[in-house]
Ligand binder design. Structure first.
Ligand SMILES: [Cu+2]
Length: 509
């Protein structure tokens, strides 16, 4: 069920009920909303239709509850202070529409309890904005005057901090320092000019530990007002937040007192296989903006291409300071803007390189069983616990094929199915799909990659003679081994050669 617009008075106290919105239906409602918005804008411009009284009132909040990735949104006929821009695509999220009020872009954020479908079959009670966690992306143009109405439908006070923005101190959103907290049921107004282009976030600065652990956060993108020497045009511009939750398997509400030991590692409060792919047409230039609002760093790795970090929290990186990477570490509270040319067709993994961040909730707190000889043990235990089985005796790979019964409302430790079988990943993992025939501006999933014949790794089926094994005993100390290495002696034993710094490298410090 996806709703786009409802009067504030009808907001249910416990938030909207989530569910997989049907793509298409959502866009339809969206289009109707924008047509109405555009009509209103046009009438305002003509000085008729919407009166002063209506514009003095709160803008109607736009609510969206489906977890599908919304199509990029450009307000028709309204491009803000500058030239037209390429709108961002929020991974499994959406951009919040605004209304123009005498040259000011007006947004209405509603902080409220929500239900987020983290993956199919796994729903979590969160706090968020306008029907979802994270909240909708705010997208404006450098130089825009922005007015944000924030209504608090949470059971406790909140504020919003506009992370990274240049703004008057009284608009910075730190409870007690910059403003009184927004009381329960109250609405506050923030207003400032989006002074510098770049990648930003928003989140509460009141009872942050609880409110961010419950999912309160959102993305903000300010596009440059004109051609910018350090901000290139791109063909696709993706954004998402790194976030984490601690939800006991089978539970529905995060533990908000957890400091570091989270078990749901998510992008935009979604985990693989609930995350949509990033798609690109072969040869397109792609930007991905990532913000980290978890309590640890995440080395984000993309297969198949090299990228550059073209922007950080503080703005665009000077061209001479950029270097190629395939993994970039994003620390707590940081934002990174990476860019690459999608010049290698295929399905490419994109994931956090901390391997326990690409696992589901069941991957944690499991004892290591590799190499444990438990012959006889299972049968003994099964006399008492008939369903007992041993986890991970040969590694965890078997887990993803096992039809293991899970508690209700959780997701498997490793999941997802590809054309060659189980994918065995969860959490912070998705695919970059590069296709020659993907249409420009088409974000639909092209399905699995059609590998050209002869380009897929395959099984060797010839003779397999016994392989020599590494010696496991009496490794000789390699002191003074200079000159002897290369003199291949017959027994296949490992030789350890130690080179001591200093000996003949006195100037090497
Ligand atoms: Cu990570």
């Amino acid at each position: 069920m996806t709703r786009y617009s409802r009067p504030l008075g009808s907001l249910p106290p416990t938030g909207a009920v989530g569910g997989a919105g049907r793509p298409g239906a959502a866009d339809m409602e969206r289009r109707q909303f924008f047509q109405r918005a555009l009509a209103a804008t046009a009438l305002t411009a003509a000085g008729a239709g919407v009166g002063r009284a209506a514009l003095a009132a709160l803008p109607e909040p736009v609510i969206r509850t489906g977890p599908d990735t919304a199509a990029p949104w450009l307000p028709p006929g309204v491009t803000g202070a500058g030239r037209p821009y390429r709108p961002v695509v929020t991974l499994n999220g959406w951009t919040l529409p605004f209304r123009m009020n005498q040259g000011v872009k007006e947004f209405h954020l509603v902080a409220e309890p929500v239900v987020r479908e983290v993956a199919p079959g796994f729903e979590v009670n969160m706090w968020g904005y306008n029907g979802q966690s994270p909240g909708p992306t705010i997208e404006v143009v450098e130089g825009d005057r922005v007015r944000l109405f924030v209504t608090n439908r949470l059971p406790e006070p909140t504020t919003i901090h506009w992370h990274g923005q240049r703004l008057p101190a009284g608009m910075d959103g730190v409870s007690g320092v910059n403003q009184p907290p927004i009381g329960v049921g109250k609405t506050f107004v923030y207003e400032f000019v989006a002074r510098r282009p770049g990648t930003f976030m928003y989140h509460p600065h009141a009872d942050e530990m609880t409110q961010m652990a419950m999912g309160m956060m959102g993305f903000w993108v300010t596009h440059p007002s004109g051609r910018h020497p350090l901000i290139d045009d791109v063909d696709r511009d993706y954004c998402f937040l790194l976030n984490a939750f601690d939800v006991e398997p089978g539970a529905r509400t995060p533990n908000v007192n957890t400091m570091l030991d989270f078990n749901i590692w998510a992008w935009n409060s979604r985990v693989f296989p609930g995350l949509d792919p990033l798609v690109a047409r072969l040869g397109e230039r792609v930007r991905v903006r990532i913000g980290n609002l978890t309590m640890t760093n995440h080395p984000i790795h993309i297969h198949g291409i090299e990228f550059e970090v073209t922007g950080t929290d503080g703005g665009p990186v000077p061209k001479g300071a950029r270097w190629p990477e395939v993994t970039t570490d994003i620390a707590v509270g940081q934002m990174r803007q990476i860019e690459f040319v999608a010049d290698e067709p295929g399905d490419w993994a994109m994931h956090c390189h901390k391997s326990h961040h690409t696992m589901g909730a069941m991957g944690h707190d499991v004892p290591t069983m590799i190499g444990v000889d438990h012959r006889g043990l299972v049968q003994k235990i099964q006399r008492v616990v008939p369903d007992y089985m041993v986890m991970g005796e040969r590694g965890m790979y078997d887990m993803k094929e096992m039809e293991m019964e899970l508690p209700p409302n959780t997701f498997p430790m490793m999941a997802g199915h590809g054309q060659f079988g189980p994918i065995g990943m969860g959490g912070m993992f998705t695919l970059l799909k590069v296709r020659a025939d993907q249409k420009p501006d088409d974000y639909t999933d092209p399905g699995p990659y059609a590998y050209p014949p002869g380009t897929v790794a395959y099984e060797y089926t010839g003779q397999t003679p016994p392989a020599p094994r590494a010696a496991t005993t009496d490794v000789p100390a390699g002191h003074g081994a200079h000159g002897t290495h290369g003199a291949a002696t017959a027994p296949p034993r490992a030789a350890l050669q130690a080179r001591k710094p200093g000996a003949g490298h006195a100037d090497h410090r």
